[in-house]
Design a protein around this ligand. Structure first.
Ligand code: ADP
Length: 754
């Protein structure tokens, strides 16, 4: 039995072995073999152990088959997994290659355990050559040391990375900026086992960053520079403002300090000249006065230049009448022209508007300077102002020319003439005097007005100075008394024509231009006055020969105007009107459309008489003179004496108030700058003291700068007289004061009083 069982076992084992060798596919034959191996039912008891063994063998065989199948499946799976891994790896490497980055893993010592192909680009070594070498081996020694240090320990907080960036030389020789990012690798237990990282070429980004940094730095530097420049500009502006203020203060002081003694010199010389001197003394006194006058002109010019240089001249923008401007210049310089027996005329085109926009004071200053020069440098002949409008391509210009028949200017000096302190040659200075500042001031003023100035000249024949400024229309609707009078003259003489019989061509042209402006048709020249006027027309005859004019038969409605010097006015035949030479537009308009003093052709003389009458009135008035300077007091008292007037005296504001309390004066001539109490304060107190505001206070000051007048009026003064004092100006101020007094007294007289 035992033998049978052993055989069974052996057979089973053989079968198992066989089946094992045949694999799972032999399951059926194994079953069959097992059946054969099993003993018949009748032998069951004897064969039981063998059967058990056979069963076990069978079972074992079955199990072995299963195991075999499982092993084969696992093997297939493993192969598939390996293939998949290889594909994954290939894909990964392809992707890694595409990025150009080099990916790596390293052990805890920082030595490569894995690295992608891109490493070769940056280190010149293949991945295989890199394995086992430190990741830092691509760096120069100090960089390597630094990176080794970073990779020696894992980063402290979980999830942290090591970031390292450096510039290093590449195998191709170029410098590249490489950025390394590494994270720790951990084993299943979470222990740090090494590194996993990526190296990337960030050269371009680094360049961009560097460029950005540089640009930012530059921008910051520029901002800093700008800030510094702004600070500096501010400091300079403050310094300039301080300097300008100091300069203005200096100018004001200098002007005041020089004017005070000048007042003494000019005033005393004027008084001296009226004291019956012999011829030599008269000449000496005259020289003193002329020199002092010149010194004063120089002072004014220097002040003007300084003000223009300091940018302290603000041009006015008001409506002004160009003809009135020319009239005032003629009026001022007529005496000078007469002294030299020169013709002076202003020919103003009818198309020059009645009103323009600009600064009349400064325009007048330029004109006075040019005409003054022309008169100065002309010995015989004429000085003619011409004004016209040039309708150019762009904006129209007002053109002004001043032509003379004087000494002329050398061609080579024309360019520098408008520079300050320039004169054609110093010998002319000795002969004619002057500072060389007038033209420089004129040019600056004309340029400030947006215009230009120039000169043409021929030595021995004369010079023509021309300036042009943009012609700006007057503000709409504005009219001047002058234009109202001109309109009236136009209406009165609507149906008239004019005949001009004046020998001097410039004067005749000036009259013709004025009459055309008034809408009159003119005929000029010899016999013009004899030609009969058109039927039904009245006639205006302007002649320089009053006797001839008077002898002519004129129609009853004719107006005869004689253009003769004032001294001949008295001898004019009755009915003949008078015109002064140079002929002024305003005077012509007055003659054609007289207002108030209708028919009073010698209105000028009447004005003079009125002034004298006013002064006679003043002989009754009580005058108080307040000035701290002895010489100034003497000058003022002397001038008052020449006008037949006297005055009480006070030497400062306090004394003035005390004197007024005692004397109740009518007119006070008040100096402004005085010790103890100045004229402004004294006037303010005086106004409070008297209550009614009757007393007339006339400022008398050497502060001749712009704004001084305003300051005086604000302090409560009525009028302003700049020093040096002139007799005419003093007389005019006193006459105006007398008018004021009369008006104030009339206003306060009780109703019904006679
Ligand atoms: P000033 O007349 O005070 O010397 P300006 O600046 O007005 O100063 O003139 C400068 C110079 O130009 C004069 O000194 C003179 O030599 C020359 N000049 C100016 N106007 C004329 C003129 N109309 N005829 C000749 N020379 C002139």
């Amino acid at each position: 039995m035992r033998l049978l069982a052993g055989a069974g076992i052996l057979a089973g084992m053989l079968l198992v072995a066989f089946l094992f060798l045949q694999g799972g596919a032999l399951d059926a034959s194994a079953t069959e073999a097992a059946r054969r191996l099993l003993p018949a039912r009748s032998d069951w008891s004897a064969a039981a152990p063998g059967a058990v063994a056979a069963c076990l063998t069978l079972l074992f065989a079955l199990l072995a088959g299963r195991v075999l199948r499982a092993v084969r499946a696992i093997e297939a799976e493993e192969v598939a997994t390996r293939r998949r891994l290889a594909a994954e790896r290939e894909r990964f490497e392809n992707l890694a290659r595409l990025t150009g980055d080099w990916l790596w893993e390293a052990d805890r010592q920082g030595r490569y355990t894995f690295v992608t192909g891109a490493v070769a680009t940056y280190t010149g070594r293949s991945p295989a050559q890199c394995l086992g070498f430190p990741v830092s081996s691509f760096l120069p020694p100090e960089g390597a040391l630094e990176l080794d240090g970073l990779l020696a320990t894992p980063p402290a907080p979980p999830g942290a990375h090591v970031e390292y960036q450096t510039w290093c030389a590449q195998p191709d020789g170029r410098e590249a900026c490489l950025a390394l990012t590494a994270g720790p690798l951990r084993d299943r237990q979470g222990h740090w086992s090494g590194w996993q990282g990526i190296c990337r070429d960030v050269t371009e980004a680094a360049h961009d960053r560097e460029a950005l940094r540089l640009a930012k730095e530059e921008a910051e530097d520029a901002a800093l520079d700008l800030e510094r420049a702004a600070t500096r500009a501010n400091e300079m502006a403050v310094a300039a403002e301080a300097a300008s203020t100091a300069k203005s203060a200096f100018l004001a002081t200098m002007s005041h300090e020089i004017r005070t003694p000048m007042n003494g010199v000019i005033g005393m010389a004027a008084l001296l000249l009226e004291t019956g001197l012999d011829a030599r003394q008269q000449e000496y006194a005259q020289v003193i006065q002329t020199s002092a006058e010149n010194l004063l002109l120089l002072l004014n010019d220097i002040l003007d230049v300084s003000k223009i240089e300091a940018g302290r001249v603000d041009l006015e923008e008001i409506d002004c009448d160009p003809r009135e401007l020319a009239d005032s210049v003629l009026e001022l310089l007529a005496v000078k022209a007469q002294e030299k027996n020169l013709t002076l005329a202003a020919v103003i085109d009818p198309d020059v508007p009645a009103l323009i926009r600009g600064d009349p004071t400064r325009l007048r200053q330029v004109l006075i300077n040019l005409v003054g020069n022309a008169l100065k440098f002309t010995a015989a002949g004429e000085v003619v102002i011409r004004m016209g409008v040039d309708v150019g391509e762009a904006e129209p210009d007002l053109q002004v020319a001043v032509a003379d028949t004087g000494i002329g200017i050398r061609q080579d000096r024309l360019d520098t003439l408008f520079e300050a302190f320039t004169q054609v040659d110093t010998s002319t200075t000795r002969v004619y005097g002057g500072t060389g500042l007038g033209l420089a001031i004129s040019r600056r003023l004309v340029e400030m007005m947006g215009g230009s100035i120039g000169v043409t000249s021929r030595p021995g024949e004369g010079s023509t100075f021309r300036f042009r400024i943009p012609l700006r229309a007057a503000a709409g609707g504005a009219t001047s008394p002058r234009s109202v009078a001109a309109d009236r003259a136009r209406a009165i003489w609507r149906d008239a024509e004019a005949a001009i019989e004046v020998a001097n061509a410039a004067t005749a042209a000036a009259i013709a231009a004025h009459l055309s402006t008034l809408g009159l048709r003119c005929r000029a020249g010899d016999g013009a006055a004899c030609a009969p006027p058109a039927v039904g027309r009245r006639r205006i005859v302007v002649t320089d020969d009053p006797a001839a004019a008077a002898g002519r038969t004129t129609m009853p409605d004719d107006l005869i105007l004689a253009c003769v010097p004032a001294r001949e006015w008295a001898a004019l035949p009755p009915g003949v009107g008078a015109l002064t030479v140079p002929v002024r537009f305003g005077q012509l308009v007055d003659r054609l459309a007289p207002v108030g003093k209708a028919g009073d052709v010698a209105g000028f003389a009447a004005d003079v008489a009125a002034t004298v009458a006013d002064l006679l009135d003043l002989a009754e008035a009580k005058i108080l003179l307040v000035d701290d300077n002895l010489i100034n007091r003497k000058v003022a008292l002397g001038l008052l004496g020449r006008l037949g007037l006297s005055a009480d005296v006070a030497v400062d504001g306090r004394e003035a108030l005390a004197a007024f309390k005692r004397g109740r004066h009518d007119i006070i001539l008040m100096d402004c700058m005085m010790p103890m109490m100045d004229g402004y304060e004294a006037t303010r107190r005086l106004r409070r003291l008297e209550g009614g505001g009757r007393v007339v206070v006339v400022a008398m000051t050497a502060n001749a700068l712009e704004g001084d007048r305003k300051r005086c009026l604000e302090a409560g003064m009525d009028d302003y007289l700049p020093k040096p004092l002139r007799r005419e100006a003093l007389a005019a101020a006193l006459a105006a004061g007398a008018d004021r007094l009369r008006a104030r007294d009339a206003a306060t007289e009780p109703a019904g009083a006679t």
